[in-house]
Design a protein around this ligand. Structure first.
Ligand code: GRF
Length: 188
């Protein structure tokens, strides 16, 4: 399987998935990083690992369909057949869903359907819940709404800050995301 990762930021999940590929645990090729933020730290992580990158600004295209068509063309060049969103801060539109629907998954830092959208960790703290977590789900045309594949809970401690909670959430993500990808991609 040829896997593309879409990311907009730090890329710690990208790194965790790349390490699973390198170690041979995840039997897939990391075929492409798609990034919509030219200054994102994830880009140098991909370059260091020799993963091809497609870095482009959606603003440079006439509309979302134009942008997604450019991404699609690049993915076809690299033979991509599965997509993992890892901190990609943009809704997937009908062009990409039409081509890859059912083969795109996302990771979100809450127990969906609670706290979709931006700042899920801060939302959970503000709501006063005692348990939050991580969700991996298939992507549909909504915001963090597709069918759920896996979830893991994380307790919120009294006095937790968003930073401290985010650290614990990230360390769970870095194990859960590679392991879900192994389940989905290894057997074929
Ligand atoms: C993760 O917390 C993920 O759940 C969310 O965005 C964050 C990405 O972090 N969708 P990183 O760029 O992988 O470090």
């Amino acid at each position: 399987k040829h896997l593309a990762i879409f990311a907009s930021g730090t890329g710690s999940n990208f790194q965790a998935i790349a390490e699973a590929v390198q170690s041979g645990k995840l039997k897939a090729e990391l075929a492409l990083l798609v990034c919509d933020q030219p200054k994102a730290a994830v880009i140098s992580k991909a370059e260091n690992l020799g993963v091809p990158t497609f870095v482009t600004r959606p603003k440079d295209y006439e509309n979302k369909a134009g942008y997604e068509q450019a991404v699609l063309t690049e993915m076809e060049k690299h033979g991509v057949d599965f997509i993992a969103l890892a901190g990609y801060m943009r809704l997937i539109g009908s062009t990409l869903l039409g081509a890859y629907g059912g083969r795109i998954i996302n990771i979100h830092p809450s127990l969906l359907p609670a706290f979709p959208g931006l700042h899920a960790i801060e939302q959970a703290i503000a709501a006063g819940v005692k348990v939050t977590g991580v969700t991996i789900h298939y992507v549909d045309d909504g915001m963090d709404t597709g069918p759920i594949i896996a979830q893991e809970s994380v307790a919120i401690q009294p006095g937790d800050t968003a930073d401290r909670l985010a650290e614990r959430i990230h360390s769970i993500e870095h194990v859960l995301y590679p392991s879900v990808l192994m389940q989905l991609l290894n057997e074929e």
